[in-house]
Design a protein around this ligand. Structure first.
Ligand code: BEZ
Ligand code: FE
Length: 285
């Protein structure tokens, strides 16, 4: 049978239903149905189709080992966060997950309790302390918190050429009672990369291209669901308009101003600092 406007969707679905794996068949037939429905709904013109292909081509060509424009596209369309929600349905007591983002770097150095991962970069000192427990309240000893953030200009290590040692990223281990102490600098809200095809598209809308100030955490503790999340600064800009839809109420924490004197880990601190407390709660497998 030859294709016409009325039967082409069903013909393409039948063809892709021959996929050797049932899951691939499910994915591809649903994709064909939704793509065809989209084109039919908006009566896609040939020029628009060509522009979309050009945009995808440009987005692909913008990617390299440090930049992933297609993930950024997924982020700003809300797709990344939808996939996070679908796959991380924890109980309400557990710390919620949010987007990984493109700037996580594997292999951060393991550092001692209270270590300053900003190592002299400009910014207001920030201590984050708390515990890692399971949803039953049991403290998790020796759990690893992989932490990363942008600098005071909103740049991640992965965006800076010529950086060959860890910058604003480190792994902290919890003590016997599940406690941890991170020392860093206060994060700032920042713009996502806007000099590529995603930025071109956003510039043609009223969408804000900023993320609220946050610090990333990844805790992958055996016997528990892996937790990828952020902590956001209470009262910061862009909390209600996060361009990647990553903000969640339980992840917003107060950064309390403290005078110089004694840091939360008992060490002396020579300047005023900020202190945030947060207990990460992991869902058992
Ligand atoms: C981030 O938080 O690092 C991030 C997430 C999504 C897109 C861009 C940046
Ligand atoms: Fe970030």
């Amino acid at each position: 049978m030859f294709a016409d406007e009325d039967n082409i969707t069903e013909l393409a679905v039948q063809r892709w239903a021959t996929a050797h794996s049932p899951r691939l068949g499910e994915l591809m037939t649903a994709l064909v149905r939704h793509l065809h429905a989209f084109a039919a709904e908006v009566r896609l013109t040939e020029d628009e189709w060509a522009a979309a292909i050009q945009w995808l081509t440009d987005a692909g060509q913008t990617c390299d080992d440090k930049r992933q424009e297609l993930i950024l596209a997924s982020d700003v369309l809300g797709l990344s966060m939808l996939v996070v929600q679908l796959n991380n349905r924890f109980t309400p007591e557990a710390t919620p997950a949010t987007v990984l983002g493109p700037f996580h770097v594997d292999g951060s150095p393991t550092v001692p309790h209270g270590f300053d991962m900003s190592e002299g970069l400009p910014g207001t000192p920030l201590y984050i302390t708390g515990k890692v427990t399971d949803t039953g309240g049991k403290p998790l000893a020796n759990a690893v918190l992989d932490v990363w953030q942008a600098d005071a200009d909103g740049a991640y290590e992965a965006q800076l050429p010529e950086i060959d040692e860890a910058r604003l990223r480190a792994k902290y281990r919890t003590r016997e009672d599940g406690s941890y102490c991170v020392r860093t600098i206060a994060p700032r809200g920042y713009a996502i990369p806007m000099d590529g095809p995603v930025g071109d598209l956003i510039h043609r809308t009223d969408i804000s291209w900023f993320r609220p100030a946050h610090i990333h955490f990844l805790i992958d503790e055996p016997g528990h669901r892996k937790l990828i999340t952020h902590l956001f600064q209470e009262g910061g800009d862009y909390l209600d308009s996060d361009v990647v839809f990553g903000t969640k109420d339980p992840l917003i924490v107060r950064f309390t101003e403290r005078p110089a004197g004694t840091a939360p880990d008992g060490d002396p601190v020579g300047e005023p600092y900020l202190h945030a407390t947060y207990d990460f709660v992991l869902q058992p497998e």
